[in-house]
Design a protein around this ligand. Sequence first.
Ligand code: ATP
Ligand code: MG
Length: 400
Amino acid sequence: MTKETHTNCSFCGKNKDSVKNLIVGEYAGICNECVDFCQDLLKDETPVVEIAPQPSDKMDPMVLKKYLDQYVIGQHSAKIMLAVAIVNHYKRISKTTAEPELDKANILMLGPTGSGKTLLAKSVARYLDVPFAIADATSITEAGYVGDDVESLISRLYAASGNDIAKTQRGIVFVDEIDKISRKGESTSITRDVSGEGVQQALLKMVEGTICRVSAAGGRKHPGGDMIEIDTKNILFIAGGAFVGLDSIVKNRVQGTSIGFNARVEASIDTDLDMTTPDDLVKFGMIPEFVGRFPNWVSLRELSKADLIRILTVKNNYIQQYHWLFKEDGVELEFTESALDLIAERTLSNKTGARGLHSEIERTLIPHMFNLRRYSGMGIKVVKIEPSMVLTPAALDGTD
Ligand SMILES: Nc1ncnc2c1ncn2[C@@H]1O[C@H](COP(=O)(O)OP(=O)(O)OP(=O)(O)O)[C@@H](O)[C@H]1O
Ligand SMILES: [Mg+2]
């Protein structure tokens, strides 16, 4: 490494002019914001965790939680619940003795859209370095109907493992949008002829453990092609869903039971998805046998404004990605703190979770990205996003 004069933070890339302090050493520089961030990381009493933990540490839920903290903001209790469930699952399937017999405990993740369910599941699979497949429950149909049958979940996992049977049998299948296959009430759309209940039924065996036949070449079944058998007994199924409306089922139940002894408390009772019972899920439309096969529940909360701001500004964040895009055309992109605040505020009111951040930023930056090539010719070296630019993005310049 060569000695040089540093004018930018070696961690976030910000220029010394756009931060309060830049501490410069012989080989690197660090800005006050990154120092603060690192201090937050170190504040925790738990030991500092390496990004790639040693295999022997891997089965410690605390280490897994720390790993998840690097990618998933907030959701503290969900990360703890998930870490414990995951570690227990892999302990169970690594058991070398016949006794005691241990039941598989699949995981159900409940939480609002954009709160990090899929991100959590993906991060866990990366941590464990096991094959991971995601499928949408709405794309699965009962056997005999046109569409993907439940075996397609295992085919995908098999493909993700590089067609390795042993690896497939220890993998994770994430079934998203599980709430969309709830038993339909009177309001059922008639455009879908396959009932959600039938799909839940079809999933039961696979989730519990069965021998599943899939094409040895991967992909869809080829009539007459070689088939291999995959035992799903040790495959972990994580089902995720937003379960819109479940909160009112929980609330009605809790308030209903409170009326008997103190009707006045009724209005002030605070409920959340943590209080969900199996009965609530059955009322929502999940069949009891299905609920019974997912004994581990992880509930996520709506992200707060502070969480959204952190998502905007920490590692792998959206802003850094746009920063890079602007930099390609020689323009620095900056956001004032109040602009970030406003973006988070607007996202919060849109109820789209962290997913909404992306569209808010995109909407704000499109006029600038459209003109980016001309900025350097005009001597514009820095675009600084102020709150007014978030509310009313510069008018799109272009007449048809
Ligand atoms: N807690 C979080 N921390 C960091 N990023 C997050 C978090 N939650 C969501 N995101 C980001 O928001 C986007 C959507 O997240 P994700 O797909 O995990 O949501 P979801 O809960 O699965 O939503 P849906 O119910 O709509 O499937 C992703 O880009 C993800 O990186
Ligand atoms: Mg999702």
